[in-house]
Write a protein that binds this ligand. Structure first.
Ligand SMILES: NC(=O)C1=CN([C@@H]2O[C@H](COP(=O)(O)OP(=O)(O)OC[C@H]3O[C@@H](n4cnc5c(N)ncnc54)[C@H](O)[C@@H]3O)[C@@H](O)[C@H]2O)C=CC1
Ligand SMILES: O=C(O)[C@@H]1CCC=N1
Length: 282
């Protein structure tokens, strides 16, 4: 995984142009990570309401405002799935060949490569799908990536590089695998943030100040995440190393590992997320 870069480097003028279409929560997480990366891309942003772009990329509010001769190498589609077809139609009208000659990199949890190609009016349109996550904003992202059959090797390499600049990239062999990726690493940060919220609350219930409970919960999750990332041991071994026989951790794990607790609810939650991803694909 890429280490954070303390200062943003300027993008090179011969770097390929990337159009980021949609710069909300996930789009801006990527833009922040790219601005802080070693080789910031030449980003052009399309967003209705974004005020200030990370790395000072130019922002256009509407498709009709984009330079008509814009020919981005990649168009990163970072809007909600429901708005994708309308946006692609507008881009097709406005950019013409600038759309069909570029490669789509959809980060949407939903809409298949075939659907997106159809929405571009070109069944052979090159479409890559990637599911990133918000830790990309601090260059610690996790992205699952699938390249459709008409994607050229250089464009696949460019997409891979772009996502590697903000974290780790895992390629999956089947497009449907992206539903499981979404359930694990796409939505996953929210599960960890929920755990942090609940730990903070229970720390307060145990008598700590809100500030102390928050600091303990956040730093503990950071440290456990760093061990999982940096060390070769399995998660099970790391867990066992914390758990003294008949000690405090065992008392807590008796609750969390009960058959009706996490062993049931975690798979239930990821199945629900994957099912929703499948619905958003259709
Ligand atoms: N938020 C997350 O953690 C993740 C989100 N995704 C995917 O990323 C996509 C975006 O999600 P969020 O960033 O959370 O949504 P969001 O609602 O925060 O961002 C969407 C942005 O697109 C802009 N937009 C929409 N249509 C536009 C148009 N026609 N022209 C210009 N700007 C337009 C909106 O102004 C907004 O800023 C979704 O498809 C989601 O499935 C994927 C992985 C993780
Ligand atoms: O909740 C969602 O649908 C998006 C996809 C993964 C994370 N956020």
């Amino acid at each position: 995984m890429t280490a954070p870069h303390p200062a943003s480097a300027p993008s090179s003028s011969d770097a390929p142009v990337i159009l980021l279409a949609g710069c909300g929560r996930m789009g801006s997480a990527l833009a922040q990570g790219w601005a802080a990366s070693a080789h910031p891309p030449r980003l052009v942003i399309l967003d209705h309401k974004l005020e200030k772009a990370p790395g000072n990329a130019p922002i256009y509010r509407q498709v009709k405002d984009l330079p008509a001769d814009l020919a981005p190498a990649l168009i990163v589609l970072a809007v909600k799935p429901a708005g994708a077809a309308e946006l692609l139609e507008a881009l097709r009208q406005h950019l013409g060949k600038g759309l069909t000659h570029s490669t789509l990199l959809s980060i949407m949890a939903g809409k298949s490569c075939a659907d997106l190609a159809r929405a571009c009016g070109n069944p052979d349109m090159a479409v890559i799908r990637a599911i990133p996550n918000t830790p990309s904003s601090v260059n610690a992202g996790t992205t699952g990536l699938y390249a459709g059959p008409t994607v050229s090797a250089p464009m696949k390499a460019l997409a891979h590089q772009l996502m590697s600049d903000v974290g780790a990239v895992v390629e999956v062999p089947k497009e449907e695998d992206l539903r499981a990726v979404t359930a694990l690493s796409g939505s996953g940060p929210a599960y960890v943030f929920l755990l942090a919220e609940l730990l903070e609350k229970s720390g307060v219930e145990l008598g700590l100040s809100r500030e102390t409970a928050t600091q303990l919960a956040r730093n503990m999750i950071y440290g456990a995440g760093k061990m999982l990332h940096d060390l070769p041991q399995s998660a099970a071994t790391l867990r066992q190393n914390v758990t003294s026989p008949n000690g405090t951790t065992a008392a807590a794990l008796d609750v969390l590992s009960a058959p009706d607790a996490w062993p049931r609810t975690v798979p239930q939650a990821t199945r629900a997320a994957a099912k929703r991803a499948a619905e958003l694909d259709d």
